[in-house]
Design a protein around this ligand. Structure first.
Ligand SMILES: [Zn+2]
Ligand SMILES: [Zn+2]
Length: 291
């Protein structure tokens, strides 16, 4: 690679939180494998040419070695993806990316609206540690927040909805959790990679995060800043009728459990997902009127 000044934010640091799922790898649909890094999931999507694949998201801080090992276990020594595609740029989805770019020299793609946060230009709003419900939210002010700079290595996803290298897939803009958050969908078998648009574990319960108990829920609260958009995004995804989904946090869900869970979440998003109070919540009544 050219020796650009790619770097993490100044407050980059490992986060000492992990779950019993750490290291788990599973094929959730043909050619789609997810792998858990501490409390976040990355995905490998195999492509048509044998040995060709892309990596979705880049794990927790300090996880590059873990990701490289997982990659080589799956695809052989020295294997590298054709690209890294990001659902969004939060610290727990780009935690290993600098080392990965340096080692693999592969392009990174993200939504145009996420690029300022990935090129050192903009800070995400500070995590809201006051949202009710437990230790993870209370820990969130220590999460890295200074912007990472991937320089010229990151580029915008094509505006026509296609995803470089991922034939048969499209990206769907699912903002709310972050401005340029995207999810990935394969129409042929309705496989969904949802990122943090919704998750399958309650992020505000430390016990449930650590035990990875399945429960379809809204996006992680302490980092979500636009609840109205977040609600719309969940509706968009529910309308796709996904048959199986892997989210940024928690185990995969499919079939009845997924469709019922999404229905309930769409209908009761104000009760289930939106915190009762918090920096990014004004007045819960305000959300109800519009839905
Ligand atoms: Zn996130
Ligand atoms: Zn996340």
């Amino acid at each position: 690679m050219d020796d650009q000044q790619v770097h993490y934010g100044d407050d980059y640091k490992p986060i000492p939180a992990t779950s019993i799922s750490d290291g788990i790898s599973l094929e959730i649909a043909p050619h789609v494998h997810y792998h858990t890094i501490q409390i976040v999931n990355i995905c490998f999507v195999k492509l048509d040419t044998p040995g060709d694949f892309v990596l979705i998201d880049a794990g927790m801080p300090d996880s590059a070695e873990h990701i490289i090992t997982a990659t080589e276990e799956k695809f052989g020594e020295g294997a590298k993806p054709s690209a890294i595609i990001l659902t969004h740029g939060h610290f727990d989805h780009v935690g290993g990316i600098i080392e990965l770019i340096k080692r693999w020299n592969v392009p990174v793609y993200a939504h145009e609206k996420e690029l300022p946060y990935l090129t050192g230009k903009k800070h995400y709003p500070k995590p809201d540690g006051t949202v009710e419900g437990g230790l993870i939210a209370k820990m969130s002010p220590m999460f890295p927040n200074d912007p990472i700079d991937l320089g010229g290595h990151v580029q915008a996803l094509p505006i026509d909805g296609t995803i470089p290298h991922m034939t048969g897939w499209r990206w769907i803009h699912t903002p709310g959790h972050s401005p340029g958050h995207v999810s990935f969908f394969r129409d042929s078998d309705q496989t969904l990679i949802a990122g943090d648009a919704f998750v399958t574990v309650r992020q505000d319960s430390l016990y449930k995060v650590l035990a990875q108990e399945i429960e379809i829920n809204g996006p992680p609260r302490y980092l979500t800043t636009d609840w109205k958009e977040a609600w719309k995004s969940v509706k968009t995804l529910a309308e796709l009728n996904p048959s199986v989904a892997v989210t940024g946090h928690g185990g995969p869900v499919s079939g009845e459990e997924l469709s019922t869970g999404l229905d309930i979440l769409v209908n009761e998003f104000d009760r289930l997902a939106i915190p009762d109070h918090g920096k990014y919540v004004n007045d819960k009544e305000h959300y109800k009127k519009d839905h």
